[in-house]
Design a protein around this ligand. Structure first.
Ligand SMILES: Nc1ncnc2c1ncn2[C@@H]1O[C@H](COP(=O)(O)OP(=O)(O)OP(=O)(O)O)[C@@H](O)[C@H]1O
Length: 243
């Protein structure tokens, strides 16, 4: 991967208005193949709206999104998923009454034969560290384990780019540590963009960080540089622990 490689994903002047509110303001963004990028920024900065345009949940007011050299702005979510972008939102997407294996098998079954889906589900269960709980209804799992099932369901679609919206929210310290490990493993073969508020978690996973502020990009650099920056401290970190 070099800076001269064609980006996996890029946006140009990407804009989203809600009535008079400019939620995302002419954002130019670029992600290299295989990259792991964290998005941070204060509440209301536009991160979720940006994500929802990438995944097709929102149709941008203006601007372009290019994924693997194809224009995808305004495409339907299922088309974008088929092209290789998988998203885990903050809204739960699991079937609580089905067990762990069934949830992941169903996600894999969308594009595979029953036997291939079984093999994929078995591999994913190992990766998300839930093989030993495969027959437990998802509703009986801890919050952190349910998040891993959701990540597993995204992986079952075999995306080249994974979007995760606050994957460590509400997790215990141990679950957060395991999630960071899991994300590193996923990044061995896939690109990721992760919206996250937990600075300690960002330190565990991040290489490069993009800071959103008032709908635009305030700064983009290596995690250490960003977390030390005075402007970022002023608009975002405030009283947060970042030492
Ligand atoms: N569906 C909507 N209708 C109207 N305004 C919206 C809508 N979604 C977001 N906004 C507004 O757009 C701006 C950006 O919101 P967004 O949720 O994208 O920020 P965020 O950075 O994801 O914040 P948070 O960290 O709290 O999730 C905010 O001013 C918000 O109030």
């Amino acid at each position: 991967m070099t800076d001269t490689a064609a980006p996996l994903l890029s946006t140009r002047s990407l804009t989203m208005l809600f009535g008079g509110v400019v939620a995302v303001d002419a954002v130019d963004f670029s992600l290299a193949p295989g990259e792991l990028r964290c998005l941070i920024g204060p509440n209301g900065a536009g991160k979720s709206t940006f994500f929802k345009m990438l995944s097709g949940q929102y149709v941008p007011t203006a601007g372009e999104i290019t994924f693997r050299s194809r224009s995808i702005a305004g495409s339907a979510p299922h088309e974008i998923a088929r092209l290789g972008i998988g998203i885990k939102t903050q809204v739960p997407n699991v079937f609580n009454g089905l067990d762990v294996h069934e949830n992941i098998w169903l996600a894999a079954r969308r594009r595979n034969s029953p036997s291939t889906a079984r093999r994929i589900a078995r591999d994913i269960l190992e990766r998300i560290r839930l093989s030993h709980r495969s027959m437990v209804p998802v509703g009986h799992l801890s919050h952190g384990q349910r998040q891993w099932v959701e990540i597993g369901m995204v992986l079952a679609g075999d995306p080249e780019l994974v979007l995760l919206d606050e994957p460590a929210a509400g997790m215990t310290d141990e679950e957060t540590r395991l999630t960071a490990e899991l994300i590193r493993e996923i990044n061995a073969s896939r690109a990721l963009i992760i919206v996250e508020h937990d600075i300690q978690f960002i330190r565990m996973i991040a290489d490069k960080v993009t800071v959103f502020h008032q709908g635009g990009i305030l700064m983009e650099d290596k995690a250490d540089t960003v977390l030390k920056d005075q402007r970022v401290r002023d608009v975002y970190l405030g009283k947060k622990e970042y030492a």
